[in-house]
Design a protein around this ligand. Structure first.
Ligand code: F3S
Length: 284
C-alpha cells in the first residue's frame, strides 16, 4: 500500500497560522481590514476579499474608509502606526507574531537605555521597517557583509544587535563576526526564528527516505523554491507543485512512499487537496 508522509512543518509557520486565524475569527465583524496582505498567497487573499476583508496598504487609504477593525499581520508594524490607526477612529486586532513582538520590546528597551540599535536584515522588508519603528534613537540596518565591514561609529558606542526573523543563519554568523571584530560594546540578540530552518531540515530528512517528494507552493515563492532545491539534492523525483494540474503527469504506484512538504504561505487545504489527489491517482 502507498504511504504518504506529510512533513509536520509543511506550510504556515506558527505566526502566520495565528494571523490568518485571527482574520477568520473576526470575519463577522465588518468592516474588517488587514494592514497589508495577510500572507503572500493570492488565492487566500482573494478568498478573504470575497468574504469582505479588504487589504489596506497605508494610512492614507485607511482614512478614506468606513471605520472598523484593522488586523496587523504577523510581520508587525512601527509603534507609531498603532497610534495613527487608533487616532483615525479604527480599532486594532494585533496579530503580530510573538517572536517579532519580542524584537520590538528588545529594540524599544535597549534604545531607551541609550544603545545604538543594529538590525541585520532587508531594509525594505515590512518586518524590518516595523522593528526600526520601535527604536527611540539611531538605528542602523545591515543587509550584508559589505555593510558590516563599512560600519564605522565611535568605539565607545554601546550596540544592541537584532536580526530579521527569517534571516539565513550562516549569513547572520558571518555578519556578527565582523561586528564583533570591530571591538564595540555589544549585546547580541539572536532573534532568528527556527521555523524556516526546521521546515528545511525536516524536508531534507524526509526527501532522503521517499520515492517521490512533492513540494507545494507558489512557483515564484522563494522559500518554496529553496525547499524544492534542497529536496531535489536528496531525491531525484522531487516535484514543485503549485496546483493540482501540476500533478497530472505524475504516476503514483502502490508500493511507493510519497513525501510532502509545503512553503511558508501554502494553506492546509491545498496540502489536503494534493494528498487526496495523490490517493485517487494511485495505480497498481
Ligand atoms: Fe513565522 Fe513568526 Fe517565525 S511569523 S517565521 S513564527 S517569527
Amino acid at each position: 500500500i502507498m504511504e504518504i508522509i506529510v512533513a509536520k512543518s509543511a506550510g504556515f509557520c506558527f505566526g502566520v497560522d495565528r494571523a490568518v486565524k485571527s482574520v477568520y475569527d473576526n470575519i463577522s465583524n465588518k468592516p474588517l481590514y488587514t494592514y497589508g496582505p495577510i500572507i503572500h498567497n493570492l488565492q487566500v487573499v482573494n478568498e478573504l476579499e470575497d468574504k469582505g476583508v479588504k487589504v489596506v496598504n497605508n494610512i492614507e487609504e485607511l482614512r478614506k474608509l468606513e471605520k472598523g477593525k484593522v488586523i496587523i499581520r504577523s510581520h508587525g508594524v512601527e509603534e507609531k502606526i498603532y497610534e495613527i490607526i487608533k487616532d483615525s477612529g479604527f480599532s486594532i486586532v494585533d496579530a503580530t507574531c510573538p517572536y517579532v513582538k519580542k524584537i520590538h520590546h528588545i529594540v524599544n528597551d535597549y534604545s531607551k537605555k541609550g544603545d545604538t540599535i543594529i538590525i541585520i536584515g532587508d531594509s525594505t522588508h515590512p518586518e524590518v521597517i516595523g522593528i526600526k519603528g520601535w527604536s527611540t534613537r539611531e538605528t542602523i540596518i545591515i543587509e550584508n557583509v559589505e555593510d558590516a565591514k563599512k560600519l564605522d561609529i565611535p568605539k565607545d558606542t554601546h550596540l544592541c544587535v537584532v536580526a530579521q526573523t527569517t534571516l539565513n543563519y550562516l549569513k547572520y554568523q558571518e555578519i556578527i563576526e565582523i561586528i564583533l571584530d570591530k571591538g564595540y560594546h555589544v549585546d547580541i540578540k539572536n532573534t532568528i526564528c527556527r521555523a524556516t530552518r526546521d521546515r528545511q531540515e525536516e524536508a531534507i530528512n524526509l526527501s532522503k527516505k521517499v520515492d517521490k517528494m512533492l513540494v507545494i507552493g507558489g512557483k515564484h515563492s522563494s522559500n518554496t523554491r529553496k525547499l524544492y532545491q534542497l529536496c531535489k539534492n536528496q531525491c531525484d523525483n522531487t516535484y514543485h507543485i503549485e496546483t493540482i494540474e501540476d500533478l497530472e503527469l505524475l504516476v503514483f504506484s502502490k508500493n511507493e512512499i510519497i513525501g510532502i512538504t509545503a512553503g511558508a504561505s501554502t494553506p492546509k487545504n491545498i496540502i489536503q487537496e494534493v494528498i487526496t489527489h495523490v490517493r485517487n491517482t494511485e495505480r497498481n
